[in-house]
Ligand binder design. Structure first.
Ligand code: JHZ
Ligand code: ZN
Length: 398
């Protein structure tokens, strides 16, 4: 399962840029305490190809272990994502309003958080989502969903049935695929020659320089910056026509791409800073964060102090196992029905319903990417003497 060659270009030279020890699978939430505690751990490293500079996970876990019925991520449970994707739909509908033949395909549509807006606006839509739980929620909204991962073969089959798409959307999914060149070829094959592809990916630069180290877990097989994403798309015959930064997931890139007639093969072209520079010092910064966080938790912990995790995101599993912070946590509070009553992977920490759980003395904000939202909502908790430990980008107590 150790990666021997680059998943983007096949290059043989992979350099380790971050090592966070070992961790269980971050989105597998089981109902049994013992089974949770005994969950298999896998090495958690990030490596970078020295040929195309694509950053990637060092150990590749097979799809069938990652996308099980215990997969717990439903996008629509986070209020700020609802807002994000509603604004995204408005933006995309305005930008593509001149196109005829309005088929919109979303790859990795999760519970339909974005695609539903296109359906409501009168577009023909098709969702592709291999995670069965979120896919059935999307289907329950009346959306047509194919419960499979995208491959070139699937894209060819779908275009024969539905025609080519004017707009192909792929958000937070290019990180998750096992065969990247085949996936990108599939995206290209779905598109009309004049159609647009919009991709959102978590930004490798924001992750490394903005200390989103907990975004490293096995579901995320690839980490893109503008240059390495552009290169991977170019190899697949897709050209970026615009790039913008968006705030989701601790910092993401949104790119719009179109088909180029002939796939291009070439070397890495200069960007700034270079992807190789982005990784410099990451290990030392990660180690400093770990020590500071554990010291803070140690100072706050005590027999009469309850410490809970605010949220049970996938990234909490990386944070807790990498730092050892799970030893301080009494329970986790989350709003996702599919996670409530289950356990944080690899621990005996139960996930309680955020609406009804007891109020702890301290929250470790594991869903730190929603901090502004959380502070706005939890004014009474803070006013009553409650404390937040925000672990990243640098640990602080508020
Ligand atoms: P959130 C997932 O990461 C996993 P995660 C996946 N691999 C991916 O790529 C990204 O998303 C896009 C809860 N919550 O969005 C809801 C509260 O309880 O940061 C969620 O369980 N109360 C597919 O899992 C979790 O926290 C709140 O007030 O790291 C947030 O998960 C809020 C705001 C959230 O993604
Ligand atoms: Zn490579």
């Amino acid at each position: 399962m150790k990666r021997e060659q680059c998943g983007g270009c096949g290059g043989p030279d992979l350099k380790t840029v971050l090592d966070l020890g070992s961790s269980p699978l971050a989105d597998t939430f089981v109902t049994d305490r013992e089974e949770s505690a005994a969950a298999q751990r896998y090495p958690l490293t990030m490596v970078q190809c020295q040929q195309c500079f694509l950053a990637q996970i060092g150990d590749v876990i097979p799809d069938e272990l990652l996308w099980t019925e215990d997969f717990g991520y439903y996008s629509s449970t986070s209020p700020s994502l609802l807002k994000h994707f509603s604004a995204y739909a408005d933006w995309a509908i305005r930008g593509t309003s001149m196109l005829r033949g309005p088929l919109v395909v979303e790859v990795g549509c999760n519970d339909g958080i974005l695609l539903r807006h296109f359906d409501e606006a009168g577009y023909r839509t098709l969702g592709i989502e291999p995670a069965t739980g979120p896919a059935s929620v999307a289907a329950g909204l009346g959306l047509e969903i194919v419960t499979e991962g995208l491959t070139l073969a699937l894209a060819d089959k779908l275009t024969r049935q539905h025609g080519l798409a004017s707009l192909v959307l792929a958000n937070n999914v290019a990180a998750h695929v096992s065969d990247l060149p085949d996936f990108l070829a599939g995206l290209r094959a779905l598109l009309r020659p004049d159609g647009y592809l919009v991709l959102e990916v978590q930004d490798y630069e924001a992750l490394m320089l903005g200390h989103g180290f907990d975004m490293l877990y096995h579901e995320h097989r690839f980490f893109y910056d503008r240059a390495s994403l552009g290169l991977a798309l170019r190899r697949a015959g897709l050209d970026i026509i615009s790039t913008s930064k968006v705030a989701t997931q601790g910092g993401s890139l949104r790119v719009v791409a179109q088909q180029v007639p002939i796939p291009w093969r070439g070397a890495y072209q200069n960007g700034s800073p270079t992807p190789a520079q982005i990784g410099l010092g990451a290990q030392r910064r990660a180690d400093a964060i770990r020590l500071n966080l554990v010291r803070m938790l140690g100072e706050m912990a005590g027999p009469r102090t309850t410490i809970a995790a605010y949220g049970a995101p996938a990234k909490a599993t990386t944070l807790l196992h990498w730092t050892g912070a799970h030893n301080f946590i009494d329970f986790a509070a989350d709003t996702t029905p599919a996670k409530i009553g289950r356990f944080l992977p690899g621990t005996c920490i139960e996930i309680l319903d955020a609406a009804t759980c007891p109020t702890p003395d301290v929250y470790l904000v594991t869903a730190w990417n929603y901090l502004p939202d959380i502070i706005r909502r939890e004014g009474a908790f803070l006013a009553n003497g409650g404390r937040f430990i925000v672990p990243l980008p640098v640990p602080v107590v508020i």
